[in-house]
Design a binder for this molecule. Sequence first.
Ligand code: TXA
Ligand code: MG
Length: 316
Amino acid sequence: MTRIFSADSDHIAQAAKLIQDGRLVAFPTETVYGLGASAYDSCAVARIFEAKNRPTFNPLISHIAHTDFLGGYAEVDERVLGLAKRFWPGPLTFVLKRKDMSPALDLACAGLPTVTVRMPNHPVALHLIEASAVPIVAPSANRSQSISPTTAKHVWDSLGERVDMILDGGPCAVGVESTIIDLTGPQVVMLRPGGLAKEDIEDFLNESVLLSAGNPDLPSSPGQMLKHYAPAHPFRINVTIPDPDEFFIGFGGVGQNASLNLSPTGDLCEAASHLFDYLHRADEQTTFSKIAMAPIPNQGLGLAINDRIRRASYRK
Ligand code: TXA
Ligand code: MG
């Protein structure tokens, strides 16, 4: 018994209900199949990383069905709207300055002040997003380090019962991931080549698009920008007994009386869902001059949490 269902109206309605309930649904897009969850449900977003065995928290692409939605989500200007009008729905993803600062979105954005958005050109994807009434974050629906899936069966073979439902919309027409461009600065920078050619974007904008690879002044590959976010306060990890000048973030039984506890019951999904919000809160408070965090077990989602906090605690 697989969890693959034909993408008819009834199954799309069921899938939308699952998304609203915080479950994971794999769905077809024109590029590759995505592993979807509600962008605003950080526990569900944490489960995406768990299902993929992803050892790092990358920012995820929010899939939307209407350009109107963008305005509340991200900073938009004429250039963004022009590109959306010309290339959406389609295999082009924008990195934009984030406007919606709700903590529920923090994990989807990997704690960054940017948000990554696209409108897929697939009727099943669009129908599902509309029926779910939320943006759906979706990385490719495969385990980390394996090839992106272009059929429902690829998804099942890679993720199996880690995904609650797989909507089968047939093979993906484009078959490679979307092109990602960073629109947060004056120059358009391509972070990942993909289903839309650089030349098509340049022809439309009538200006050149920079390639980030190999350019030391630009974020090189997708995910590289993650390194840029670290708390301003000195930050110590694997701490069981904090110093008096440290704002302490506990986990499980360590730090039941801490200022914040990522998960008093020791649930790694819950911990991941709070991680970026708590780091931000710790950095914004003014009572303590430093931050410390309890040890996080190095298994399951703990790998991604530890990767993130190791980088955040790194001081040159
Ligand atoms: O075609 C696609 O884009 C597919 C379908 C499902 O839409 N999605 C996809 O997602 O390929 P994913 O998560 O497998 O790849 C997105 C890449 C990740 O490597 C992520 O690190 C990068 O985009 N990325 C997203 N937001 C970013 C940001 N703000 N800065 C730098 N890299 C970013
Ligand atoms: Mg991928």
